[in-house]
Design a protein around this ligand. Structure first.
Ligand code: AHM
Ligand code: MG
Length: 335
């Protein structure tokens, strides 16, 4: 197999589509380098003293794991000095992180969930990093949270790294989705899947079934039909998988087809769903759409949602197009 590195791939994409300005390419490479460092820490586990809680809480009131904090620091430090960014925002930080004055300010803004699937860290199950890149608004002064309030359709790049049996980087800059595997000996990202496309026909779904009694009627209806199997309205048996790490669940769906759901439920109307629009839903929605799939919040295309705050949560339905369309149509019938 001819090895194509991440750098070579980005340079070739730039030539082909003229869609990756040099600044953006460098920014993506810095993020990828940070993911390599995170992967190294993840791989050390107890030997690197990175397991367990950090005795701090994030803005959502969730207890932070040591690795949440370490990964956040790695991404901040790697991206501060390159001159490509105006500001960053992270699931683990209350407010935005403008680039310090000692460094030049660039024209992009980076958002990330540094370590997704935190509950899996201490049990050696796949976790990941999710990121999204926005353009800073024209003529922007000192960056504010308002500058980040752009719909997901404005993203210029999105990706995730999955730290599993292999470390992989899945990336889109708006011209399809490509996957790179980390060559641990060489320390380089090697292109291993070109133009990933989500299979249309599916027999798999991913949802946390323990919340079933709290779901709203459209989700109850959709999942009940899946569970009814070959004698039900769908006339086939479906299988269920839930890794509790969005990165790993979405990665499986990108490869095998299926639908991932984290719906809102009846418990708390002020917290619609668990996942965050800016750090999780938007980048994953861009990747999934670029791979021929779909992503909605049950009613609206995720990439069309106008954000109103940095840490906003949304219900998420994403994956194979026809499945997302069906569960979305059940929500529409409900009104
Ligand atoms: P995190 O960013 O704090 O790790 O939370 C997000 C994760 C997702 O990766 C995953 O899909 C979901 O939370 C799992 O939730 P649950 O514990 O309800 O199964
Ligand atoms: Mg997360």
């Amino acid at each position: 197999m001819k090895r194509v590195s991440l750098t070579q791939h980005l340079v070739e994409e730039q030539r082909l589509h003229n869609s990756i300005p040099a600044e953006l390419r460098l920014l993506i490479e810095v993020v990828a380098r940070a993911c390599k460092t995170i992967s190294h820490s993840v791989g050390k586990g107890a030997l690197g003293d990175i397991l367990g809680s950090a005795d701090t809480e994030n803005i959502q009131g969730e207890v932070q794991k040591k690795l949440d904090v370490i990964s956040n620091e790695i991404l901040l430090e790697a991206n501060e000095w390159g001159g490509h960014l105006a500001a960053m925002a992270s699931e683990e930080m209350e407010s935005i992180h403008p680039i310090p004055n000692r460094y030049p300010m660039g024209e992009y803004m980076l958002l990330f969930d540094p370590l997704d699937g935190s509950s899996n860290i201490d049990v050696n199950v796949s976790i990941g990093t999710i990121f999204s890149v926005l353009k800073a608004p024209e003529g922007m002064g000192a960056p504010t949270e308002a500058d980040f309030m752009q719909a997901g359709s404005m993203q210029v790049a999105a990706g995730y790294a999955v730290y599993g049996p292999q470390t992989m980087l899945v990336l889109t800059t708006g011209n399809g989705v490509n996957c790179f595997t980390l060559d641990r000996e060489m320390g380089s990202w090697v292109l291993t899947q070109r133009h990933m496309m989500i299979p249309e026909a599916t027999k798999e779904f991913a949802i946390n079934m323990s919340n079933q009694r709290h779901w709203h009627a459209p989700v109850q209806r959709y999942v009940n039909e899946l569970l009814a199997g070959s004698t039900g309205p769908r006339e086939k048996d479906f299988n269920m998988r839930w890794i509790a790490s969005m990165v790993a669940d979405v990665h499986r769906i990108l490869n095998r087809g299926g639908i991932f759901m984290y719906p809102a439920d009846t418990r708390d109307t002020s917290m619609p769903g668990k996942l965050r629009l800016m750090y999780e839903a938007n980048p994953m929605a861009m990747i999934v759409e670029q791979a021929g799939g779909a992503a909605t919040d049950g009613r609206t295309r995720i990439l069309d949602i106008a954000p109103h705050k940095l840490h906003q949560r949304v219900p998420v339905f994403l994956g194979s197009k026809a499945e997302v369309a069906l569960v979305t149509s059940y929500h529409a019938e409900q009104c």
